[in-house]
Ligand binder design. Structure first.
Ligand SMILES: [Zn+2]
Length: 82
């Protein structure tokens, strides 16, 4: 969806507001808890043709924190490399 095309309906009417003030939302309603002291604000992408919404974590430091703190899903190896 970040490439500007809707994966559901194929429309190119995709909108986002990456630099929205307080994009984490009131009381961090538009953010996900990463760890006890870390929240990752989400960037929303909306298709105005079908209404599909996708959320992305786009801050590199939050990605790094997630890789440190979270369990990698489905990986056969339990190592922590990228
Ligand atoms: Zn769509």
């Amino acid at each position: 969806m970040k490439n500007g095309k809707c994966p559901r309906c194929g429309s190119d009417k995709i909108y986002t507001a990456e630099n929205l003030p307080l994009k984490g939302g009131p009381f961090a309603s538009n953010a996900i808890p990463v760890s006890l002291t870390c929240l990752a604000p989400l960037d929303n992408y909306v298709c105005t043709a079908c209404g599909l919404v996708e959320h992305y974590v786009l801050q590199e430091e939050k990605m790094a924190e997630i890789k440190r703190k979270w369990r990698r899903v489905g990986a056969a190896n339990e190592s922590t490399e990228d």
